[in-house]
Design a protein around this ligand. Structure first.
Ligand SMILES: [Zn+2]
Length: 247
């Protein structure tokens, strides 16, 4: 078991849905809730304190290399010490394998876009942990992941059959393009974000202003925006007592 702040990772036995091999893989057993003080960036991802946490969201079969979201692997009762372990590879590469598995299995491009984004964030967390965020290697890696994510998300948004929250994903696309330094394209995306995105107008305008100012830096969300997006208050309880009686 590995405890990182309030995140808990333990080894779990799972069954590969592609080849039925039982293997052991890290599993995120506990994750603290988001609070207004969590570190969340404007592309709506939570910055995790260790790349191992994000990497535990996907599992990779040691027999056939099928890689996908951990939730797609059924748990198995056998002790994890008694079965082969998932292959040891660089953590962000697990997401690259997942994108590949997704292509081989005809998954939707939105899934592949989200896996690419997680690969991007995992690489960032790995460089953050090793203090190499400013390195040329990081810049190249980050660019590659974002480009892949943009391609996949673009394909998802072009799919007329897909009925996800397009407006919110146009916002995500704007953020990805902004971080890639494609500022005009980013502004175009921010311009089509409407209230259906359920995002504060102030946030969309802020990110658009950054794009206009040709600022490609990732930005952390202020606590009040985190509250608005991730911790919405419950709607007020409407009293069922008629006004004439309660008055
Ligand atoms: Zn397998």
């Amino acid at each position: 078991m590995q405890v990182i702040q309030e995140f808990v990772i333990n080894d779990t036995s799972v069954v590969c849905p592609a080849c039925n091999t039982v293997f052991a893989t890290p599993n995120l057993a506990k994750m603290p809730n988001i609070t207004r003080d969590s570190l969340i960036e404007a592309d709506l991802h939570r910055v995790l304190p260790d790349p191992n946490i994000r990497a535990a969201l996907v599992a990779m079969c040691p027999a056939c290399i099928y890689t996908w979201w951990m939730s797609a692997f059924a748990p198995h009762y056998i002790l994890p010490q008694l079965v082969p372990e998932s292959p040891e590879i660089e953590l962000p590469k697990k997401f690259a394998h997942a994108v590949l598995s997704g292509r081989q299995n005809g998954s939707h491009s939105l899934d592949r876009a989200l896996l690419s984004l997680n690969g991007c964030w995992c690489a960032r967390e790995a460089h953050l942990a090793s203090g190499t965020l400013g390195s040329e290697e990081y810049v190249t890696t980050n660019h590659r992941w974002l480009t892949l994510a943009v391609q996949e998300l673009d394909a998802a948004l072009r799919d007329p059959e897909w009925d996800g929250n397009r407006s919110r994903y146009h916002y995500m696309m704007g953020e990805m393009l902004r971080q890639l330094g494609q500022f005009d394209a980013a502004v175009k995306e921010f311009n089509v974000v409407d209230r259906r995105s359920m995002l504060p107008r102030q946030l969309v305008e802020h990110q658009k202003t950054l794009a206009v100012a040709m600022n490609a830096e990732p930005t952390a969300l202020p606590p009040f925006i985190i509250e608005e997006i991730f911790l919405p208050k419950a709607p007020p309880v409407i009293s069922n007592i008629p006004a004439t009686i309660s008055a």
